[in-house]
Design a protein around this ligand. Structure first.
Ligand code: PHE
Ligand code: CA
Ligand code: ZN
Ligand code: ZN
Ligand code: ZN
Length: 276
């Protein structure tokens, strides 16, 4: 798999920050910054040759949007999906939560196009709306799939992958998918732990609930880093992985570049492996 250039991921985060700045400071469901974020990502994917679709849904009296991008080719009966929620909370711009996952999978999608990948399995990327009110967008997506859910080989979720005091957590919901990520980090000599802080609290839950195998990565939210974890990963023991979680200070400064880089590379590795 290619090495994802973290500078490109960071440039996307700067754009998402600008979108928040121009739209009242957030990118939340029902706010103009949410749709503007979807439009920004869609334009890049369309230019790169993806087939994109915007799905609308309603919650709390406002329209929400999911962006779905298919890379033409591969066995659609075995679709490998990567997803991230693109909405923020109302309190701030949501750059680590979850500009980070949104930008990470965007740059991996663009790398798929650039390398003219011809995977055996079909590849699909999704940017979900309104995760923050209870995974509303991903639930709408899965509901709409209906019987086609049997065609989803696996769903990989990326919600917070650049936490400023990072940990390396791998979802342990499915051993096959967990192993792909663990092998990658092992090859980089990076220790990982099983993800427990967020169990069932992000969009993968919508997929897992209907029996689709799920995996993913997480760099930590408001849990506190232990001494042991600081020894393994650096950063500060006794402090939250992301002290700006769900706050106005979750800006483009609230990112650890190395974690964002490693996790973006891990996404590419996993998608190349799983779709081959
Ligand atoms: N879904 C939570 C949020 O958006 C955080 C979270 C991330 C939970 C990853 C589980 C896994 O605030
Ligand atoms: Ca990289
Ligand atoms: Zn959140
Ligand atoms: Zn989140
Ligand atoms: Zn690889």
């Amino acid at each position: 798999a290619p090495d994802i250039d973290v500078k490109a991921v960071k440039a996307d985060l700067d754009q998402l920050q600008k979108i928040a700045d121009a739209n009242g400071g957030n990118r939340a469901h029902g706010q103009p910054g949410h749709k503007a974020s979807i439009d920004f990502i869609k334009e890049k994917l369309d230019k790169a040759g993806f087939t994109t679709q915007v799905q609308e849904f309603d919650n709390n009296g406002a329209t929400g949007y999911n962006l779905v991008a298919d890379w033409p080719g591969g066995d659609e009966g075995k679709t490998v999906m990567a997803g991230a929620h693109v909405d923020s909370v109302d309190a701030g711009p949501g750059i680590n939560d979850n500009g980070s996952g949104s930008a990470g999978i965007l740059e991996v999608a663009l790398a798929v196009a650039k390398s003219e990948l011809k995977p055996a399995k079909h590849l699909r990327f999704a940017w979900f709306g309104d995760e923050e009110d209870g995974m509303i967008g991903s639930q709408a997506y899965v509901d709409k799939l209906g019987a086609d859910k049997s065609k989803i080989d696996s769903y990989l979720n990326f919600d917070m992958i650049g936490s400023p005091n990072p940990g390396y957590f791998v979802y342990d919901d499915d051993t096959r998918l967990e192993k792909v990520f663990k092998d990658f980090f092992k090859s980089k000599d990076i220790a990982t732990e099983i993800e427990t802080e967020g169990d069932g609290r992000s969009d993968h839950a919508s997929f897992k609930d209907v029996g689709i195998p799920v995996g993913g990565l997480f760099s930590g939210a408001d849990y506190i880093k232990t001494e042991e974890q600081a020894k393994n990963w650096g950063g500060e023991a006794g402090k939250a992985f992301d002290a700006c979680y769900h706050q106005s200070c979750d800006t483009s400064k609230n990112i650890d570049d190395k974690a964002l880089d490693n996790n973006s590379d891990a996404i590419a590795h996993a998608l190349w492996e799983l779709s081959s």
